[in-house]
Design a protein around this ligand. Sequence first.
Ligand code: SF4
Length: 465
Amino acid sequence: MNGLTDIKESVRQREYIDRIAGLVRDRGLKYLVVTFGCQMNERDSEKIAGSLEEMGYTKAMEESEADILVYNTCTVRENAAVRLYGRLGVAKSYKEKNKDMLIAICGCLMQEEHAVEKIKKSYPFVDIIFGTHNIFRFPELLYKRLESSESIADIWECGDRIVEDLPVRRKYDFKMGINIMYGCDNFCTYCKVPYVRGRERSRDPKEIIREIESCVEDGVVEVMLLGQNVNSYGKGLDTKTDFPMLLEEVCRIDGLKRVRFMTSHPKDLSDSLIRVIAENPKIARHIHLPLQAGSDRILKAMNRHYTKEDYISLALRIKQEIEDVSLTSDIMVGFPHETESDVDETIDVIERVRYDGAFTFEYSPRKGTPAAEMEQLDKEYVQKNFDRVLKCVQKVSKEQAKRFEGRTMEVLTEGVDEKDPERFTGRLSQNSVVHYPMEGHKVGDMVRVRLDECMGFYYNGHIVD
Ligand code: SF4
């Protein structure tokens, strides 16, 4: 083992992939992976899809066509579980028509005992249940299920292994997400992630660079470095490294045109990171900096480890040092004991920082977290405060959106405009969406576009040679 990297395990799982390939080959079987939740889950789903394709399954367009259906679940919000149970009810009818169909469920929700029990009891037709810590064991679990008719539930309470070199089926040819670390040590009092994803562990920088280089050779031009708190990357590794150093190294990869990252905890965002971003034009001018709340009292109860003024001064420093940067955030309303005046503090931060966008949501208690044990607020009260925050976010970000109108900026072409097959949709480094006529270009091209008109939350423009 190299640090926490488990090479033997990837060899073992590849053997299972080969064995399943022997069973599946030439049978025209299809798979579908349905993902709930965040970009980490999206990336895990790409890994599951990669194994399935290597086994010989091809991607189905609909759940009803799949011979193996995998639900990769989320536990961040209550409604993700409700949505899963709804989907399972429908999946049962597909399975009644296709007796050989297999249904597997994985992801964060499966780390919760009550959810696993509910599935076993109410949805006994589910064939495989596994969690976040043993996701790399999917080929082995599938092989075992194919060899017997017994359902399998294999959940590990914790895990620190990093299994490299398993197949990945990327959703896009030109861009990719890549895990640089797993887990989280922060224990914000409302969040399940440290319980379901385990303690923080970083990948070896050489493995990260090697993986990006090989994808760049395949045509990837944009990479998103993923971690629950990328700013603490490197802790616990034998190699002396940190997130700014990793970013600099990633930027040196020839052929890679844009580097993004997600997510940054404000308490760990260093001045050296700000400097590295400012000095490297390849790094996107976009930082997602979750605020969660503006009141010191609530931030303390959330265990966020920064104050309102710490946050504002960091945000303003970022804006001052990184030209044209766009700042986005997550803002929660309705945390236990939050009053109207606490919400006024949140609104004050939004007005002072002037976000380009913010994901605003109502707090929902997650079983097993400290905040779930606190007295919860009245829903109507929360709704009123939520509306106030949302209105403020929308006003500020609408004003911000206009700021690049008339400028010519680099855009990565991401796909055909859904509303007009003659036009492309692309993204600025700042993450704003732009639509423009194709003019002989193709998806994955970086083009210079004049942003003719701001249409609220996107731009219409044209390519400038
Ligand atoms: S930093 Fe806080 S909110 Fe983010 S994953 Fe970790 S515990 Fe959850």
